[in-house]
Ligand binder design. Structure first.
Ligand code: HEM
Length: 453
């Protein structure tokens, strides 16, 4: 048995194998594979063999072998044509050379400024809602996370500097992502992508030039990229600064928007949890939110973790094997791909009691479920674990805290389901009715403080 390859899940079609099902219902395919064969099985995507793994121990091997026997870039090849070669889409040598930039961008001291940007943008969004109305949270989160990223990374003049069309251009690039077609075919979406890239490059080049001319006036992402040396002592060339900026937006934007929308939807679907969250907010959120307040919002952070488990934006990650690797009883051959699977790992009853239930209290100290860092794969693991995770979690916490502090919200959508996007999964429409809550004097004061720029 030692050298056997993992058994294949049922239902493959001639030639295409599991391609169609993979595109239509990845969750269903992975759950069936697990039911048939357990924590290691294979699927066939046309001529490509893929091993799908489940459970913290297999996941640990996946993440610790990344950049060794497991190659990460191949899985992100589809990103190179749209965004370029940087960080996790480039070679391990380039990645480790560029890593000091990630450490500088996400170092703890910078989070204070990022949280401030979150406060300002979330409050601006809430102020724009009026006293009552109906909105689709899924759409709203997409826009809100753009504004937060703009303010956090470019500064308070981001709207003027990035310009009206920036996010439309970005959307054209994101919509061009294609896992199947060669990226240089003369298709309308690829032509739009190339035009959008040119425009974005021109915009960012201007911003870089401005920072270079007046370095003392800025302390933003672009300044960090201009002034932080790489591991080899050199600096990132301008064209790579554009690519890295785009890579960060790709990694952080749709992922956070989707997860934030699911978080609000799940809270509205679970009144008991929402009541605990509401009590916590009413107790702690009187002034605008800083690190101290964030640390007191434990029910919100448990709900965020539970959303990552049940509705991950990034429900799978993929690598290519460069040499044979033993996973449990099976040896996976070189050339195969390996995938981690939230659809199965996140539902193991030995790790998560009653795993189908939305139950944020499972992360409370008394229960402490899912403590193993490889049990939940929604933010990845190991060296490449999401460097923006705290940014994303804090952003979701600020959104939730300020929204429910200021509004009563009622869920109108009944059938909310997962939509697989290009960059990340997100919920279908989350239509809500909202009504402004009566303000206390303290809260009135807080709104005024929070709104001031
Ligand atoms: C809920 C929101 C987010 C989710 C679900 C998410 C998910 C992930 C996952 C799964 C990975 C690992 C990919 C792999 O191993 O193949 C990753 C990496 C990464 N994420 Fe996030 N992410 C989120 C938000 C963000 C934000 C807000 C940023 C930045 C602003 C960001 C920046 C990055 C970067 C730079 C990496 C690559 C790290 C490396 O290769 O060392 N992410 N993210």
């Amino acid at each position: 048995m030692a050298n056997a390859v993992p058994p294949m899940v049922s239902g493959g079609m001639p030639v295409l194998g599991h391609v169609v099902e993979m595109l239509r219902d990845r969750d269903g395919l992975f759950k069936r594979g697990y039911a048939e064969h357990g924590d290691l099985f294979s699927i066939k995507l046309a001529s490509q063999m893929v091993a799908v793994i489940t459970g913290a121990e297999h996941n640990r091997l996946f993440y610790t072998e990344t950049d060794k026997t497991l190659n990460m870039q191949d899985g992100y090849a589809f990103l190179k044509a749209s965004i370029g070669e940087v960080l996790f889409t480039s070679s391990p040598e380039d990645y480790y050379n560029q890593r000091p930039l990630l450490q500088e961008i996400f170092k703890r001291e910078r989070m204070v400024g990022y949280v401030e940007a979150m406060n300002v943008e979330v409050q601006r969004w809430l102020d724009s809602l009026g006293d009552s109305g109906e909105i689709d949270i899924t759409k709203e989160m997409l826009r809100l996370t753009q504004y937060v990223a703009g303010r956090a990374f470019i500064g308070s003049r981001y709207a003027e500097e990035l310009g009206e069309g920036f996010w439309q251009e970005y959307t054209a690039i994101s919509a061009s992502l294609d896992f199947v077609l060669p990226p240089n075919l003369p298709l309308p979406k690829f032509i739009r992508r190339d035009r959008a890239k040119q425009k974005i490059t021109a915009t960012l080049t201007k911003i870089i030039e401005e920072r270079r001319q007046h370095p003392d006036q800025y302390d933003d992402l672009i300044t960090i990229l201009l002034t932080t040396p790489l591991k080899d002592g050199t600096f990132l060339p301008d064209e790579m600064i554009v690519t890295l900026f785009m890579g960060l937006i790709f990694a952080g934007h749709e992922t956070t928007a989707g997860q934030a929308a699911w978080l609000i939807a799940l809270l509205l679907q679970h009144p008991d949890t929402l009541a605990r969250v509401q009590t916590e907010i009413d107790q702690h959120v009187v002034q605008h939110i800083d690190g101290h307040v964030l640390r007191s919002l434990e029910h919100i952070y448990w709900a965020i973790d539970e959303t990552t488990r049940l509705r991950p934006s990034a429900d799978t990650q993929i690598r290519t094997l460069e040499a044979p690797l033993q996973f449990g009883a099976y040896e996976i051959p070189a050339g195969w791909r390996v995938m981690v699977s939230g659809a199965t790992s996140h539902y193991l009853p030995e790790t998560f009691a009653d795993p189908e239930q939305f139950d944020p209290l499972r992360y409370s100290p008394e229960r402490a479920e899912g403590k193993n860092p490889f049990a939940i794969i929604g933010f990845g693991g190991g060296v490449h674990k999401c460097t923006g995770m705290n940014f994303a979690k804090n952003e979701m916490a600020v959104i939730t805290a300020l929204l429910f502090q200021q509004f009563d919200v009622e869920l109108l959508s009944r059938d909310i389901h997962v939509v697989s996007g290009n960059g990340a999964n997100h919920p279908s429409e989350v239509r809500v009715y909202y009504k402004r809550r009566a303000r206390t004097d303290a809260a009135n004061h807080a709104y005024a403080v929070g709104s001031v720029e």
